[in-house]
Ligand binder design. Structure first.
Ligand code: PEP
Length: 254
């Protein structure tokens, strides 16, 4: 049985004091829910503060990015070792990083390797663009992203995959539960081919792209979908809590 996971990607939002306010609002409700992993991913500057605020709770912490070198002359970058002292998860290969910061499959692969070396759990994001989806190339694109991101990696150390169709991110136009379930099933089959069936069955694969409290159940109800990576709705305590609560209730009923 895979433990469902809901992760909140706060992106480049919240000052330290706003992050404090948001965590204080979410913490009591989130902490009560035991059968779902709840991960919040604030900006780097708030990680230390949020770590303090969630201490003693069941809420887990993640970062939104890292650099693949351990230390050195890389002005402005944050290393896996720095993050490993603060958090458990790290989002890698988000489409916004691929698009605005030109992260290639090769860079994503180096980042995944670096995260695993530091014992961080990567939340590896993959997903197709609208034109690729419309051309019926979704499976080809995600298979290639999986291949390049995981090249040379034998031990996956709790790696999580987030399938995020780019056309659904921040657009309010989510995939349907059925579409997402089909592609996630395909991703799982690919993991079985690249590794083995046990690893594929154990791997948590999330859906991401305009998930809200109103549509979350549609995704969580699908057998292949193990949770969600939530952007915009994770910045509203009531929305995020509702997504986690619905996930808990749906998975408990199974
Ligand atoms: C994301 O940032 O990973 C995301 C899915 O954003 P949103 O939920 O806002 O579409």
């Amino acid at each position: 049985m895979r433990v469902p996971l809901i992760a909140g990607n706060w992106k480049m939002n919240t000052t330290v004091s706003e992050a404090t306010e948001l965590v204080n609002e979410m913490r009591p409700g989130l902490d009560e829910i035991a059968n779902v992993d709840k991960v919040i991913c604030p900006p780097f500057i708030s990680l230390a503060k949020v770590r303090e605020l969630i201490k003693g709770s069941s809420i887990k912490l993640g970062a939104q990015n890292l650099y693949f070198e351990e230390k050195g002359a890389y002005t402005g970058e944050i290393s896996p070792l720095m993050l490993a002292a603060l958090c458990e998860f790290v989002i890698i290969g988000h489409s916004e990083r691929r698009q605005y910061f030109r992260e290639t499959g090769e860079i994503v692969n180096k980042k995944v390797q670096a995260a695993l070396r530091a014992k961080l759990k990567p939340i590896l994001c993959i997903g197709e663009r609208l034109e690729e989806n419309e051309a019926g190339r979704t499976e080809e694109v995600v298979a290639e992203q999986l291949r390049s991101s995981l090249a040379g990696i034998d031990f996956l150390g709790g790696l999580i995959i987030a399938y995020e169709p780019i056309w659904a991110i921040g657009t309010g136009k989510a995939a349907t539960g059925r579409q997402a379930n089909e592609t996630i099933g395909f991703i799982r089959q690919n993991i079985a081919k690249l590794y083995n069936e046990d690893i594929a069955q154990e791997m948590r694969i999330l859906y991401g792209g305009s998930v809200t409290a109103d549509n979350a159940a549609e995704f969580i109800n699908q057998p292949e979908i193990d949770g969600a990576l939530v952007g915009g709705a994770s910045l509203k305590a009531t929305q995020f809590l509702s997504i986690v609560t619905q996930t808990s209730e749906i998975k408990q009923a199974r």
